[in-house]
Design a protein around this ligand. Structure first.
Ligand code: NAD
Ligand code: MG
Length: 334
């Protein structure tokens, strides 16, 4: 079983004794910076000159510096910029200002695990990774609770890396929910596997394939949309609240019988072998090398696929149908 820490295991004063720079003010950055500030931590935000997030951070009462100035001022630096540009930002704006005894923190292990960032040996390196998007990290904190976090220590030069990371986790509210100990390797590899095989890649392909199957068979695209995309939320909410058993208890016996008899004909041995291949590419570093090479060229495949997928029929049908449901506050990707 995993080791789980709570606020009672953590010393909240450790992080209050530090000068913390949060680099980036996106999904995670805004939540970490605001939660730390309200927990009494001395925090600044590091953003590029001309960043569109600057005004937002300043109007929230935060001090904003350039990434260089923030890293120079701080002794504890949390890297919350997109993973594919983090290595460059680190070498240009953070590494030159690292002093012996400083602490580098991450919310995902990618850059450390795959060696894109190799910090000096006299610096502590740890991870506090909330298991939820930034807006939830922020909202739960303001409500007096928090989002569970993963904690990992990559390098413990001072002997205090774990205690400081735990104190940081308490500062963002994670200690109220629980902080699970893991490793950079485990967090990185399982995170990539999850997003590729189920959360993003697997589910998107299942949605498109099932929608296309119904439409090609002559059913109305609107009916296909409701059955293959819209109703997923109902099922995911049940899974989230009580696992597979609660979902199966809540759906009809007919649905449950269809689940047991047909599900394994859809996710076949071939699919399971493909999952193992995806995992092998993650473990060998092949996926990371491929993605970093793409990112260096400006990620052309990503943008091409984004455009092509936005033009899929299911997106047009969904946009119109969601207008019938203003209660769900429909969103459009910018
Ligand atoms: P994001 O894309 O929401 O925000 C990144 C921020 O970085 C931007 O808002 C901007 O302020 C800044 N930025 C972007 N490009 C930059 C550049 N070239 N130079 C300088 N600054 C730049 O990112 P995020 O989702 O908050 O992810 C940050 C880290 O948190 C990543 O390591 C990610 O893996 C991790 N993480 C994210 C989530 C999540 O749900 N979003 C959950 C757990 C961990
Ligand atoms: Mg993740």
């Amino acid at each position: 079983m995993a080791t789980i820490y709570y606020d009672a295991d953590s010393d909240p004063d450790l992080i209050k004794g530090k000068k913390v720079a949060v680099i980036g003010y996106g999904s995670q950055g805004h939540a970490h910076a605001l939660n730390l500030k309200e927990s009494g931590v001395d925090v600044v935000v590091g953003l590029r000159e001309g960043s569109s997030s600057r005004a937002e951070a300043e109007s929230a009462g935060l001090t904003v510096l350039t990434p260089d100035a923030a890293a120079e001022w701080a002794d504890t630096i949390m890297m919350l910029v997109p993973d594919q540009v983090m290595g460059v930002i680190y070498s240009e704006s953070v590494e030159p200002y690292l002093d012996s005894g400083d602490t580098l923190l991450f919310a995902h292990g990618f850059n450390i695990h795959f060696g894109e960032i190799v910090p000096p040996e006299d610096v502590d390196v740890a991870m506090i990774a909330p298991k939820g998007p930034g807006h939830l990290v922020r909202r739960t904190y303001t409500e007096g609770s928090g989002v569970p976090c993963l904690l990992a220590v990559h390098q413990d030069a001072s002997g205090n890396a774990r205690a400081l990371a735990l104190s940081y986790a308490s500062g963002i509210g994670g200690g109220r929910a629980g902080v699970l100990e893991t490793t950079f390797k485990e967090e990185t590899e399982t995170d990539l596997f999850g997003e590729q095989v189920i959360l993003c890649g697997g589910i998107s392909e299942l949605i498109k394939a099932s929608f296309e199957t119904l439409v090609e068979a002559g059913y109305q695209p609107e009916s296909a949309y409701f059955e293959t995309l819209h109703e997923l939320k109902l099922i995911v909410d049940l899974l989230y609240e009580g696992g597979l058993s609660w979902m199966r208890y809540s759906v009809s016996d007919t649905a449950e019988y269809g689940d047991y008899t047909r599900g394994s004909r859809i996710i076949t041995d071939e699919t399971r072998a493909a999952m193992k291949n995806a995992l092998a590419d993650i473990q060998s570093g092949a996926f990371a090398n491929e993605w970093m090479a793409q990112a260096r060229e400006g990620a052309p495949f990503l943008y091409e696929q984004r455009a092509a997928n936005r033009a899929h029929q299911i997106e047009d049908v969904g946009r119109e149908l969601r207008k019938m449901m203003p209660f769900m506050e429909p969103k459009t990707a910018p």
